[in-house]
Design a protein around this ligand. Structure first.
Ligand SMILES: [Zn+2]
Length: 262
């Protein structure tokens, strides 16, 4: 999957005096070539060299689970229901990682301590789910958000037994995952908004530690199905995933941002 990112170079802007005029001139110089195609990657770090030779980096501000849910939805729209279910399942696994991070931050755990412990469970999703259930118990007094047994069985059938789901089954599963994520995020927003923001902030800062100090790193944000989840609610407040899929299919931003191909 390829994505379109901005080619605007902040080092050129700095070189030209960092003024509004310099900004306008640079945009003019770019002459409509404001975006470049690059392959979506796991590191969330995208290198670009501007015409003046500055090497710059950009990243997406979205958490991995947010991107994965979009990818699953795109697969579904293309008719790959099996791949969509598998990607929705990965979405939830990465979301659990994010939730554990948020709760650890809320308990004033340092990021280094979190990473040390996370290393012991990084390859075992069962351990991660177990940790999340116990953390909910400590944080909320009960394990409120558990994955439904039927959905687990469905997911296992698709991933381990080669079951080919109907698109309606994949939509139902996607809607379930999206709704679960929505409910948990609402709970976090009410009970620990600062920790939620801090977890996002830490994620955005991660790449800054990898690249050198004198190299520019810009962060782009994009609308996603999870970010826009308020838009997919029906009158009863329930998330309607089909509504999101329709928007994904027709929204000009998505058509421009995601470019299929290898
Ligand atoms: Zn430049």
């Amino acid at each position: 999957m390829k994505i379109k990112l901005s080619t605007f170079c902040y080092l050129c802007l700095k070189e030209d005096g960092n003024t509004k005029e310099a900004y306008d001139n640079l945009i003019k110089e770019m002459g409509g070539n404001e975006k470049h195609l690059t392959e979506l990657n796991n590191e969330n770090l995208y290198e670009f060299t501007c015409p003046r030779g500055h090497k710059t980096y950009s990243q997406l501000s979205e958490e991995k689970y947010v991107i994965l849910f979009d990818l699953g939805s795109l697969a579904l729209l293309d008719g790959y229901s099996k791949e969509a279910v598998s990607t929705f399942s990965s979405t939830f696994e990465r979301f659990i990682e994010f939730c554990i991070k948020v709760i650890c931050i809320n308990r004033s755990t340092s990021n280094d301590s979190f990473l040390k412990t996370w290393k012991a469970m990084i390859r075992q999703s069962e351990r991660q789910i177990g940790a999340f259930y116990i953390l909910q118990l400590l944080e909320f007094g009960e394990t409120k958000y558990m994955m439904d047994e039927n959905r687990i069985a469905f997911r296992n059938k698709v991933i381990h037994q080669g079951y080919i789901p109907k698109s309606s089954e994949a939509i139902e599963y996607g809607e379930y995952i999206l709704s679960l994520i929505d409910q948990i995020l609402i709970e976090f927003q009410i009970k620990m908004p600062e920790s939620l923001n801090k977890a996002h902030f830490l994620k955005i800062m991660e790449n800054g530690k990898i690249i050198k100090d004198n190299v520019s790193l810009s962060t782009s944000s994009m609308p996603t199905i999870i970010k826009n989840r308020e838009l997919w609610r029906d009158q009863s407040g329930k998330i309607n995933f089909s509504k999101a899929l329709l928007s994904l299919q027709e929204n000009s931003f998505y058509k421009d941002f995601y470019n299929k191909g290898i």
